[in-house]
Write a protein that binds this ligand. Structure first.
Ligand SMILES: Cc1cc2nc3c(=O)[nH]c(=O)nc-3n(C[C@H](O)[C@H](O)[C@H](O)COP(=O)(O)O)c2cc1C
Length: 403
């Protein structure tokens, strides 16, 4: 049976739990995303924190994503009336409150019960899109029922083509406005922190992770009070409701042979906006625009897949040139400040996707923390625009960067 209806916890509750007052207080005091990351680190068991924070192998690409933002200097223009900066933006052809979306991240049930719903509420509140991962804690239909805001669905590609197709048809039936196909995960990245922490699928209790959980009783209580985290979209993939079995089966069934013909079939199947995520090569970007993709996300999966891949900000200009206006170009990876959003837009991105920044907020204090992350990014972007003399999102361009 597809999980089209939310599974309540033992108290009959289907909403994400509220944060305890001390979580809220810590998130309220956070001045920036780094403070939220610290609060997340304190609340989560080490294995879970490293699962969201870590990258592949030596984490060279993970570091490079952030470092690339640090290399660009802003060039302010002065004597501009910046009393009312306008942050309204167009993303995939629709007017939105801010120039960013919350990107797809799987496994959120381990971070906060029904974490995807908490993130989606934070996004809807800010009038920005939320992208639901294939491996989300809530199902496509469950989320649609509860969220009025713009939703996108991200699909991985399974060896079982009919299952992938079924997911895509479900997203269409539930009125998701865009489909994201993630193409940088033909096989899983080599995430060594997960091995070190015994955070693996199928999940096994070991001395190390039992001790880790024992040192974080609030997380254990908050997480397990709602039952073991589930994978809302996958419950008819294998005849098992044990999410650890589901997760390991899912991971083993991604299709490494997926290529251009498969993507063409998906383009024909999906009638709305098609977004392809995980591209850094300009040749691929040009071919995707030819194929009819509506948007391309310059992304290296937040440094979690191919270690040694270029920083996304460094790859952006060439992708933008190759696409030459035929598709929108979005960027993710390493965005931790409003000024990072500004720099990406100045270098040609049409919009940005947020990954870990909102996850740190979610991990620190559920929906409250995710909203705090969005609000920090909004405030920082507003101030950066004012200090740079930019009055609207559309007006942000290369003049604001040191050549
Ligand atoms: C914990 C975690 C889970 C993720 N799961 C997915 C996923 O299910 N699908 C996907 O396309 N990308 C996934 N990503 C990648 C993000 O969508 C995004 O590309 C990346 O986080 C951007 O980098 P940033 O976190 O530095 O902003 C995941 C990232 C993280 C941190």
């Amino acid at each position: 049976m597809t999980d089209t209806v939310a599974k309540p916890d033992s108290s009959g509750n289907t909403a994400p739990p509220s944060a305890f007052p001390w979580h809220r207080s810590r998130a309220s005091k956070a001045r920036n995303i780094a403070n939220l990351r610290e609060a997340a680190r304190k609340r989560l068991p080490r294995g879970i924190f490293d699962f969201i924070d870590g990258g592949a192998e030596d984490e060279v690409t993970l570091q490079a994503n952030s470092a690339a933002f640090g290399r660009h200097r802003l060039m302010p223009r002065v004597l501009v009336d910046v009393s009312k900066p306008d942050l309204r933006s167009t993303i995939l052809g629709s007017g939105r409150g801010l120039p960013f979306a919350i990107g797809p991240t799987g496994g959120m049930g381990f971070v906060w019960p029904r974490g995807d719903l908490a993130l989606a509420r934070a996004a809807a509140d800010a009038d920005i899109p939320f992208a639901l991962s294939t491996t989300s804690s809530v199902s496509i239909e469950d989320l649609r029922e509860r969220i009025d805001g713009p939703l996108w669905f991200q699909s991985y590609i399974f060896r079982q083509c009919d299952f992938t197709e079924k997911l895509i048809r479900r997203a269409d039936a539930a009125d998701y406005e865009a489909l994201i196909i993630t193409v940088d995960l033909p096989v899983g990245g080599n995430r060594e922190r997960d091995y070190r922490n015994d955070f693996a699928v199928p999940f096994r209790l070991t001395g190390r992770n039992v001790l880790d959980f024992a040192l974080h009783p609030e997380w254990v209580y908050t997480t397990l009070r709602r039952g073991y985290p589930r994978f809302g979209n996958m419950e008819d993939f294998v005849p098992s409701h044990d999410s650890s079995t589901v997760a390991s089966t899912v991971g083993r069934n991604y299709d490494p042979s997926f290529s251009w013909d498969g993507l063409k079939r998906i383009r024909d199947l999906w009638p709305r906006k098609l977004v392809v995520k995980g591209v850094v090569h300009p040749g691929d970007a040009a071919a995707l625009a030819d194929l009819g993709a509506d948007a391309i996300v310059v992304s290296n999966h937040g440094g979690r897949q191919l270690d040694g891949a270029p920083a996304t900000l460094d790859a952006l200009a060439a992708v933008k040139a190759a696409v030459s206006g035929r598709a929108d170009v979005l960027l993710d990876g390493g965005v931790r400040r409003g000024s990072d959003v500004f720099k990406a837009l100045a270098l040609g991105a049409d919009a940005v996707m947020i990954g870990r920044a909102t996850l740190y907020g979610l991990a620190a204090a559920g929906q409250f923390g995710a909203e705090r992350a969005v609000s920090i990014l909004r405030q920082e972007l507003t101030r950066t625009m004012q200090l740079c003399g930019a009055t609207s999102i559309d007006s942000i361009d290369a003049q604001y960067l040191m050549p």
